[in-house]
Each structure stands twice: as structure tokens, then as C-alpha cells.
Design a protein around this ligand. Structure first.
Ligand code: UP5
Ligand code: MG
Length: 199
């Protein structure tokens, strides 16, 4: 496959902003494939024989960003596998959720894999995100859904990941949606803005 045939939309937003929830809706209505970088890392962490398992495990618990060589390779492999599995008829539309989390990751991915069409950014206050994550933590089993890890994730998001959103914004490549209302209301806003962008 060549980059020109593939459409990538990055989906960013703080921890618990609702990236995964909104991506699921987009998958069923638009034919996107959803690749969550966090989910791919958690799978790799649990893969028997993975040389990165322990590193991923401790980074996720501490809210630290995994080195991009690992994440980009997982994303690229997942993209290739989807493209092969779907065959020619599929339009090669990807939502890449939770990545890039650092400026150098954004630059490397857009240079070596494919430039993104735009970034869908979910804007949400920390108070709302914290409440959602603590509630999810009651059943999620995620090692980072506890107050201590959540605080660390917030900090990394503000210091390291927001610069990515800000750079894309300065290039007029961000579609920003407020994520504080119900999932259905947020999604209506997403759909309206996608329409404006010709998706
Ligand atoms: N919920 C969702 N929307 C709601 C709404 N509108 N109203 C009320 N409730 C809503 O939602 C979170 C919870 O809120 C759910 O219970 C949901 O029902 C509810 P979800 O859709 O899961 O939010 P999401 O933004 O996807 O939250 P997530 O926790 O997945 O975000 P993170 O960005 O923190 O997690 P991720 O899995 O992307 O990354 C985890 C870690 O992996 C990182 O901290 C990092 O250590 C590592 N990582 C990397 O190193 N590199 C990467 O590229 C990616 C991850
Ligand atoms: Mg998620």
C-alpha cells in the first residue's frame, strides 16, 4: 500500500476524555478501523515472549510515554494487517487513538508512515476526566485507573501531549469538540464537524 491511498485521523484528548467511546461510534457509522495505541501496547505487554512487556507495564502504570519506536511499529503492523485483511474494497480509513503523544512521535509518524488528514481533539476538564476514570477503575482492571496514576497521566498530557495538539492547531489541522456532555451529544458534534471537513 502507498501512503496516498490511506486516510489517518489522529484522535487525541486527555485521559478519560472519551476517545475510545467516540471512536467506537465512528467505526460503526463510517467504516473506519480503530487503532488505539494504548490497547496495542497493553496487548504487546501481555504477549508471551515480548521483549518490551515489562517496560510497557511499568510505563503505563506511571503514565510515562513508551518510546516511539515500539508504538510506531505496533501501529504500522496493525495497519498492514487491517489492509491485508480487508482487501481492495475497503477505503483504508484509520482512526489512530491516543497517539501521537509527543511532538517527535508526531513528526516521525507523519514522515515515515503517513501524514494525518487532521486531528480530532476532545476537550475535557480534569475534574470530569478524573471522575470518569475513577468510576471506570471500579471495574476496568486497568493498572492506571487509580488516583495516583491518573494525576501522573494528567501531568504528562499537559506537559508533553498538548504541544502536539497546539502545533497541529497552528497548522489549522485540529477539529476540536467539547467532550463534557453525554456521549451521544458529543458524537453529534463530531459528526457535524466531520461533515464540515468533508469526511
Ligand atoms: N465516558 C466516555 N465518554 C463519556 C461521556 N461523554 N460522558 C460520560 N462518561 C463518558 O472513556 C473513559 C470512561 O469515561 C469510560 O468509562 C467511558 O464509559 C466514560 P474512554 O472512551 O475510555 O476514554 P479515553 O479517552 O479513551 O480514555 P483512556 O483512559 O483510554 O485514555 P488514555 O489516553 O489515558 O489511555 P491510553 O490507553 O490511550 O494510554 C494509556 C497509557 O499507554 C499512557 O498513559 C501511556 O503510558 C501509554 N501510551 C504510550 O506510551 N504511547 C501511546 O502512543 C499511547 C499510550
Ligand atoms: Mg482509550
Amino acid at each position: 500500500w502507498s501512503a496516498s491511498e490511506v486516510t489517518v485521523i489522529f484522535v487525541l484528548g486527555g485521559p478519560g476524555a472519551g476517545k475510545g467511546t467516540q471512536c467506537q461510534k465512528l467505526v460503526s457509522d463510517y467504516g473506519f478501523k480503530h487503532l488505539s495505541a494504548g490497547d496495542l501496547l497493553r496487548e504487546e505487554q501481555d504477549r508471551p515472549g515480548s521483549e518490551f512487556g515489562e517496560m510497557i507495564k511499568s510505563n503505563i502504570k506511571e503514565g510515562i510515554i513508551v518510546p516511539m519506536e515500539v508504538t510506531i511499529q505496533l501501529l504500522e503492523n496493525a495497519m498492514k494487517a487491517q489492509i491485508e485483511a480487508e482487501g481492495e474494497a475497503w477505503k483504508k480509513l484509520f482512526l489512530i487513538d491516543g497517539f501521537p503523544r509527543k511532538l517527535d512521535q508526531a513528526h516521525a509518524f507523519e514522515r515515515t508512515v503517513v501524514p494525518s488528514k487532521f486531528t480530532l481533539f476532545f476537550d475535557c476538564s480534569e475534574a470530569v476526566m478524573e471522575k470518569r476514570l475513577l468510576q471506570r477503575g471500579e471495574t476496568s482492571g486497568r493498572s492506571d485507573d487509580n488516583l495516583e496514576s491518573i494525576k501522573k497521566r494528567f501531568r504528562v498530557f499537559v506537559e508533553t501531549s498538548m504541544p502536539v495538539v497546539n502545533e497541529f492547531e497552528s497548522q489549522n489541522r485540529v477539529v476540536k469538540v467539547s467532550a463534557e456532555r453525554s456521549p451521544e451529544e458529543v458524537y453529534r458534534d463530531v459528526q457535524a464537524k466531520f461533515r464540515e471537513r468533508g469526511v
